[in-house]
Design a protein around this ligand. Structure first.
Ligand SMILES: Nc1ncnc2c1ncn2[C@@H]1O[C@H](COP(=O)(O)OP(=O)(O)OP(=O)(O)O)[C@@H](O)[C@H]1O
Ligand SMILES: [Mg+2]
Length: 253
């Protein structure tokens, strides 16, 4: 019966006088990539916090993996993983120790093997035995993402997963997100990068003034605007293409 990973109805949230979510409705299909777009302050992180049970809504209902967020918060937490907008890693531990800690907390049988694989996948081999306090911003971000993949959660929330990453790391994250969805994990992501949503998302929703004002596949959203007039102009490479060509990375398909 259940093929929606997330179902949200009439969600409301205010911070004192500030009405952030007026009535938010959407659904996320199991195994899909869902991108929530919205300007700064639109309420994206607020929605992520409510769905991951870190914050209580004022009104409306939501189920996550079939569990009601209000009456079954423990079940919700056990079935998801979250990479928040700001990294949640232990600065005193090394990257490797952070990953092993999470793997043990998740009761995995082979914490060292899982950790080694993730370290390789995120290109953190050289830094794995250094304290996280010495990591760059992008390295923090990668470790944070790696930590949320420990134990293959059914549903993963990524709040602005590629903010602060260099183009190469960004493409790597895109690849990982696609692989996750291919293996059946549902991905809920928020992003400021419209090309990211365009590249990754099966479903896109735009949050504006407390409501979802448009949602659908990219093709469906494109139908909302009249087709543009075709003009013939020489296509200049984007700075991203130049950057990637110079540092020698193939662009992800
Ligand atoms: N704890 C809080 N107390 C008061 N106001 C808050 C609190 N958390 C968020 N807000 C306000 O709620 C609004 C929505 O914030 P939220 O963090 O959900 O936005 P966002 O869409 O994630 O923005 P961004 O793109 O900048 O991350 C903002 O105006 C913010 O200032
Ligand atoms: Mg946010």
């Amino acid at each position: 019966m259940q093929n929606n990973s997330i179902q949200v109805k009439g969600l409301q949230k205010s911070y004192n006088q500030l009405h952030v979510l007026n009535s938010v409705d959407f659904e996320v299909e199991q195994g899909s990539i869902f991108a929530l777009l919205g300007s700064n302050g639109a309420g994206k992180t607020t929605i992520v916090k409510i769905l991951t049970t870190l914050l209580k809504q004022d009104g409306g209902t939501a189920t996550v993996n079939g569990f009601d967020i209000t009456s079954k918060p423990d079940n919700v937490r056990q079935s998801i993983s979250l990479t928040g907008q700001f990294a949640a890693v232990d600065e005193i531990l090394t990257g490797e120790e952070n990953l092993i800690m999470i793997a043990k907390l998740r009761h995995l049988k082979n914490p060292h093997q899982v950790t080694d694989n993730l370290i390789k996948r995120f290109g953190l081999t050289d830094a794995a035995n250094r304290r996280v306090a010495t990591y760059s911003g992008g390295m923090h971000r990668k470790l944070d993402l790696a930590m949320s993949l420990v134990g293959k959660p059914q549903l993963i929330f990524l709040d602005e997963p590629t903010t602060g990453l260099d183009p190469e790391a960004r493409l790597e994250v895109w690849k990982i997100v696609k692989e996750l969805a291919d293996s059946g994990t549902t991905v809920f992501l928020t992003t400021q990068y419209l090309d990211e949503a365009e590249q990754l998302a099966d479903q896109i929703a735009i949050l504006h003034e407390g409501r979802i004002i448009a949602s659908g596949t990219l093709a469906e959203l494109k139908k909302l605007l009249p087709p543009t007039k075709v003009e013939y102009v020489e296509k200049q490479p984007t700075l991203e293409e130049i950057f990637l060509a110079i540092i020698g990375t193939k662009e992800a398909k």
